[in-house]
Design a protein around this ligand. Structure first.
Ligand code: 5GP
Ligand code: ZN
Length: 115
């Protein structure tokens, strides 16, 4: 855990968040600035700055996050309608918090191409 990291502090319970799911590897919270009727952030419990920093030892974390996303989509009632999973990577990818997370967006049709 990094005491400087916003999402580490949320995972540790030091900062409040609207948590919707939690397991041994993942904590899911509602995004503070939702871009769709359902906008959930799936946070790795472990501090990994970005998906591009995943090392061999961390491969399983993406499987854990995708499994958690499936569960959360069911909970939110959007599993059948469909939804979008987004990973922003680095500056041009639009990443603003350097702690591995996946956005789960749904509750409306998603446009393509993305902005
Ligand atoms: P990124 O741009 O790094 O892919 O996504 C970061 C996301 O975290 C943004 O969608 C932003 O709205 C969300 N966010 C930033 N600060 C907070 C916070 O304190 N609490 C919650 N729940 N979400 C946050
Ligand atoms: Zn962190």
């Amino acid at each position: 855990m990094s005491s400087e990291c916003l999402f580490c502090r949320i995972v540790a319970g030091e900062l409040p968040a609207a948590q919707v799911y939690s397991d041994a590897a993942v904590v899911a919270i509602r995004d503070i600035s939702p871009q769709a009727p359902t906008h959930i952030l799936l946070l790795a419990r472990k501090h990994i700055p970005s998906v591009r920093d995943i090392a061999k030892a961390d491969h399983g974390v993406m499987t854990e996050i995708c499994s958690a996303a499936t569960e959360v989509a069911k909970q939110e009632g959007i599993a059948d309608a469909g939804y979008r999973l987004v990973i922003n990577v680095g500056r041009d990818g639009g990443q603003t918090v350097d702690h591995l997370h996946v956005h789960l967006l749904g509750g409306r049709p998603m446009a393509w191409p993305p902005g």
